[in-house]
Design a protein around this ligand. Structure first.
Ligand code: HSE
Length: 341
């Protein structure tokens, strides 16, 4: 049984919990037994039960606004601070889904370090620690003989990281480029359908695509964080936000969208990473470009390789179950489920 401590219980943490609840039978059949033993939030309480927490009751409690609504059960501990919880709990894996901070990565980075020190594997949806401290996290994880996984940080559960780091092993990847933010792609698509910018953004928030502070999406920083992650994971690059040219979509008006449409083009926020550079900026692409067909919260990435040429992956870039699945895929990977024999 894999015991899981979940940090952050927003859209993504709830998405994973829903999947664990809804697919428990199929997962057991596939050879995966996992249970949440701890859930910690910044302002909505925390819970720990060494024998496991009930996903249904967790979701019901958080829907009422606070984990204090989880019923009293013998052996349940409440409202420990997050670091104490990580140090005291019996979890095998820490799943980090708290809000991304691309400057300090805190407090999530300290949670990851504490977990590794306590010989827990670490799985992240939070982009901050991977973007800011990838090399140090890997160093510590290797020294502690635990695994660090972060599929959900780029393109939700669409296996962009696994494709590059596992399936394409043996190819040299020279460049990665694509649409790496679901919120902005959704907004641009809705604007093409005639919706106003603000309304489209509100929809993206309601659908759980946007970051807690959506300026990270619309100003390009979320995509830039993903560029940092890819730069580190693919190229061991230490590129920082300051080294990158980053521009979002907030300058794109309804008139700009219309002008592109009239010219048979679409605006797309394109992220690009090479061994020595990274950038994010809006580009008008012709309808004949395959990226023009990637709409809504879908994302796409093209890896340019020496042996295969271009390899393109298209799939969900954001969302509750989509990102929850990214976490699950890492948990399955750590458990060895799905490994080829
Ligand atoms: N806010 C992000 C996006 C979530 O819209 O792509 C997934 O990282």
């Amino acid at each position: 049984m894999m015991k899981i401590a979940l940090i952050g219980f927003g859209v993504v943490g709830q998405g994973l919990t829903e999947i664990l609840r809804n697919k428990s039978k199929e997962l057991v059949q596939a050879g995966f037994r996992g249970e949440l033993v701890a859930v910690a939030t910044r302002s909505r309480g925390s819970l720990y039960h060494p024998d496991g927490l009930d996903p249904e009751l967790l979701l019901a409690a958080i829907q009422r606004g606070h984990l204090d609504y989880y019923p009293d059960v013998y052996g349940l501990y409440r409202n420990w601070d997050t670091l104490t919880l990580i140090k005291q709990c019996n979890a095998d894996v820490l799943v980090e889904t708290s809000n991304t901070n691309l400057e300090t990565a805190q407090p999530a980075l300290d949670y990851c370090y504490a977990a590794i020190e306590h010989h827990m594997h670490v799985v992240l949806a939070n982009k901050g620690p991977v973007a800011v401290a990838y090399a140090e996290l890997q160093r510590r994880a290797k020294a502690a003989a635990v695994k660090l996984r972060f599929e959900a940080t780029v393109m939700a559960g669409t296996p962009s990281i696994r494709l590059a780091m596992q399936a394409l092993k043996g190819c040299e990847i020279r460049e990665a480029q694509g649409i790496l933010n679901g919120t902005t792609n959704f907004i641009l698509t809705q604007m093409e359908g005639g919706l106003g910018y603000e309304e489209a953004l509100a929809q993206a928030q309601a659908l759980g695509y946007a970051e807690a502070d959506p300026t990270a999406d619309v100003d390009g920083w979320d995509a830039a964080g993903k560029v940092m992650i890819l730069a580190r994971a693919l190229f061991n690059s230490t590129i920082t936000l300051k080294d990158m040219e980053v521009q979002g979509i907030s300058q794109i008006s309804a008139a700009d969208v219309k002008a592109a449409q009239e010219a048979g083009e679409k605006w797309k926020l394109i992220a690009r990473v090479t061994p020595t550079s990274g950038s994010v900026h809006p580009v008008r692409v012709p309808l004949s470009n395959p990226l023009a067909a990637v709409s809504g919260a879908m994302n796409a990435i093209t890896y340019n390789t020496d042996l295969l040429g271009d390899v393109t992956l298209v799939g969900a870039g954001a969302g509750r179950l989509q990102t929850g699945f990214g976490l699950l895929s890492d948990l399955l990977d750590i458990a060895g489920v799905g490994a080829l024999s």
